[in-house]
Design a protein around this ligand. Structure first.
Ligand code: IPE
Ligand code: IPE
Ligand code: MG
Length: 224
């Protein structure tokens, strides 16, 4: 049976869920936060150490301002409400992506990271303004600046995910089969699960079914 150190998730389908149920994409985003809480709890129950959640991509800036503002207000409320609880539960929060937000959001993110820095039970890597291609460019530039060799070890070392094991599995909800510029380097040997359900409908049971399937996969890494 494969052990699981790291689960990465592309949380897709909020907008469609909102349109279907409430005629508003934004209400789908709000509903999606309930799934975030559910999946965090289930990840802890499964004794998994790393959970990476794709929350906002570098491409998501193309969306209407109203939706972007709603998303960042939601993030702000969520962190303000939850960060103490996370801290009590020994959860560490790390942001991956370039922190180029309003001063208020940047401060909130930095403070949330600082507050939970020494926590050990679960590390949540929240991908915000994250794009894998830009992360790779950033890594190469840092290698050159530090006069290091370009090799696999150094490329990994200068990514936002430094010191985080590569994901064992990737889940994308929302019935779409693409990576959308997410962790292109880190997912090189991950098992990928495309889930038909929209993110707000994704349950603990659905999650556990995927984890169970993952555990039984024969991972070859090129071997036989
Ligand atoms: C994913 O849900 C969440 C974000 C990108 C913020 P979407 O908003 O992409 O939902 P769909 O894919 O349009 O349904
Ligand atoms: C990927 O979803 C990004 C996040 C879940 C944050 P998108 O909905 O933005 O992806 P595309 O645009 O359909 O590829
Ligand atoms: Mg989408």
């Amino acid at each position: 049976m494969n052990s699981i150190k790291h689960v990465a998730i592309i949380m897709d389908g909020n907008g469609r869920w909102g349109l279907k149920h409430r005629k508003s994409r934004n209400l789908g985003h709000k509903e999606g936060l309930k799934t975030v809480e559910r999946i965090i709890k289930a990840t802890i129950k499964n004794k998994i150490k790393h959970l990476t959640l794709y929350a906002f991509s570098t491409e998501n800036w193309r969306r209407p301002k109203k939706e972007i503002d709603f998303l960042f207000n939601l993030l702000e409320d969520f962190l303000l409400n939850k960060i103490n609880e996370f801290n009590q539960q020994n959860i560490k929060l790390k942001i991956i992506g370039k922190k180029r937000f309003s001063k208020k959001i940047n401060n909130l993110l930095n403070n949330s990271e600082k507050k939970t820095y020494n926590n050990k039970k679960l590390q949540i890597n929240l991908a915000l303004n994250y794009g894998s291609k830009s992360e790779l460019v950033h890594s190469f530039l840092a290698i050159i600046k530090n006069k290091k060799y370009i090799n696999e070890r150094n490329i990994s070392k200068y990514l936002f995910t430094k010191n985080i094991p590569d994901p064992d599995l990737l889940i994308r909800t929302g019935n779409t089969q693409r990576l959308s510029n997410f962790l292109l380097w880190q997912l090189a040997y991950s098992e990928i699960f495309f889930e038909k359900k929209l993110w707000p409908d994704f349950s603990e049971k659905d999650y556990n079914i995927i984890l169970k399937k993952f555990k039984k996969i024969k991972r070859n890494y090129g071997n036989i």
